[in-house]
Design a protein around this ligand. Structure first.
Ligand code: AMP
Ligand code: MG
Length: 500
């Protein structure tokens, strides 16, 4: 196994000091739990950069005590590990109790910017919420979450992060036996829409209010001074979700399991299961093996976010107004604000992707025509947009991505006319296009190859390399050209699995 650490410390590693604000909430919010020890944990990787950002000593994480913590075998004294209670709509069906069935919140740290962040283990063993499942995670999905969440962070999208990963030395049984692993995840918090639903569904309005106050204090402190703080909380969550989904759409990301238990109140992308980036553009793109009806397809994601936020609004109704009809009216109005959070981010982002800093009425048609051509020609989403950036100064062969290049030529002629009315000079325009259009994304076939090497051959080299390449998505990386390429036919991955 490989381990990347660039830390040179002379004194012994310092043990992290955890805070536990969530554990001070009423007892029914969580279950105090010690994880189930594993026989021979081994470190796969420590994210030293992130550790430093969190004020955690990376050499501690790589030490025996650190690995003991990361595997759930032994925790520092200040940790207060708990499994969180939550509910959620899964594929449209309400489940009143889900909870952390294979995860633990170890504690919180205050990072170097003063932000409170959760340190959370995924795959740490059964809890009260496990039902009949084993509480474990397989190595493949742990590596997938590590790679994709770190790539999202590098792409500038709000997301949970990967702090470290360990193997447990114990097999987990899925369809076959697989190596077990634990991911250490960092999040602004693990409060989900489903957490609110948990209390409302039980008629526990006291719990609902405590949770809402905690979420406000933690994520939206300014909201506390508003006349209607709970309505303002709803509006703030809607606006962050709207901006988040717009960001996904701009990079061709498909989350895959947008259930309400996988929707964070903080506005971070959370729960990387069967997620994937599109190669060829297709609005109906679905990768998840369990999403048989395309509920969570690429182009449905904004609509599904509104559906999820409507469930959030329903859960908050008792706090919005004493009168149910009034509360519903307020919620309805707040939900109609989704588009005002979504559209500016989405359309400004799309304009930037084709090099436009100003806005003209016909731009929408210009963009729609490009998407129409991309769909018809099944061109690669990422390469097409990056190619346009390269076209700014001289023809760069983007037309060859299209099976019928003449259609692209006509479109490109219109597109070349349009920036003539832009204030930016071409060099500046190309610069901001390059910053909006990644060269490198964690393409599914590359993620799959990294997982296969690790799982089948204990070779973590491809995992390390992929992390390095996707960690600088907007840069040209000499010698890494193959990582920018779409899969060959035999490399294509059409289905992804949650691995639960
Ligand atoms: P997910 O699909 O990962 O969002 O998980 C949905 C629910 O199933 C959550 O309550 C998880 O804690 C639970 N869950 C998923 N996998 C397992 C597992 N292997 N053992 C116990 N609970 C699990
Ligand atoms: Mg989940």
């Amino acid at each position: 196994m490989s381990m990347i650490l660039n830390i040179h410390e002379t004194s012994g590693p310092s043990v992290p000091r955890f805070e536990n604000s969530y554990a001070t909430l009423p007892q029914r919010f969580f279950e105090r739990t010690q994880s189930t020890p594993v026989s021979s944990p081994r470190l796969i990787r420590v994210n030293a950069e992130l550790a430093k950002e969190l004020g955690i000593d990376p050499t501690f994480l790589a030490s025996d005590d650190g690995v003991a913590m990361l595997s759930g075998n032994r925790f520092p004294e200040t940790a207060d590990p708990i499994a969180l209670a939550y509910a959620g709509h899964q594929f449209g069906r309400f489940v009143p109790e889900l909870g952390d069935g294979r995860a633990l919140l170890v504690g919180e740290v205050i990072d170097i910017k003063g932000q409170r962040r959760d340190i959370y283990l995924k795959g740490s063993g059964p809890t009260r919420f496990s039902r009949n499942a084993d509480g474990r995670a397989a190595l493949g999905p742990v590596l997938r979450e590590y790679i994709v969440s770190e790539a999202m962070a590098a792409l500038g999208v709000p997301t949970t992060r990967a702090l470290a990963a360990v193997t447990t030395g114990e097999p987990v049984r899925r369809e076959v036996l697989l190596p077990g692993a634990v991911l250490a995840r960092v999040a602004a918090s693990h409060i989900r829409i489903g957490t609110f639903q948990y209390f409302t569904a039980r008629g526990d309005l006291e719990g609902l209010k405590v949770l809402a106050d905690h979420a406000i204090l933690r994520h939206y402190p300014l909201v506390a001074c508003r006349d209607r703080p709970y309505l303002a909380l709803l509006e703030a969550v809607i606006s962050r979700q709207a901006a988040l989904i717009a960001r996904w759409m701009l990079i061709g990301f498909v989350h895959g399991v947008m259930n309400t238990d996988n929707t964070s109140i903080s506005g971070e992308t959370i729960d990387y299961g069967p997620c994937a980036f599109m190669d060829e553009y297709h609005p109906g793109a679905v990768f998840s093996s369990i999403d048989q009806h395309g509920r969570y397809a690429y182009a449905n994601q904004a609509g599904i976010a509104v559906w999820n936020l409507t469930r959030f609004a329903e859960a908050l109704l008792p706090l919005l107004h004493g009168d149910r009809d009034e509360a519903t009216k307020l919620a309805y109005h707040a939900l109609s604000g989704f588009q005002f959070g979504y559209e500016p981010v989405y359309y400004a982002g799309l304009r930037r992707k084709i090099g436009l800093a100003t806005s003209e009425e016909d731009d929408i048609a210009l963009l729609a025509d490009l998407f129409g051509l991309m769909e018809k020609n099944r061109t690669d989403f990422t390469l097409t947009f990056r190619g346009l950036a390269d076209e700014i100064e001289a023809p760069a062969g983007t037309r060859s991505l299209f099976a019928e290049p003449a259609g692209f030529d006509d479109w490109a002629a219109r597109w070349r006319e349009r920036p003539a009315r832009e204030p930016n000079d071409p060099v500046a325009r190309r610069g901001f296009m390059l910053a909006a259009n990644p060269r490198f994304i964690p393409r599914n076939h590359l993620v799959e190859a990294a997982i296969r090497a690790a799982v089948d051959h204990s070779n973590f080299g491809p995992f390390e390399t992929l992390l390095e390449v996707t960690g600088k998505p907007y840069e040209e990386q000499f010698g890494r050209e193959e990582y920018a390429q779409p899969p060959r036919d035999e490399e294509r991955v059409v289905k992804t699995f949650c691995g639960t």
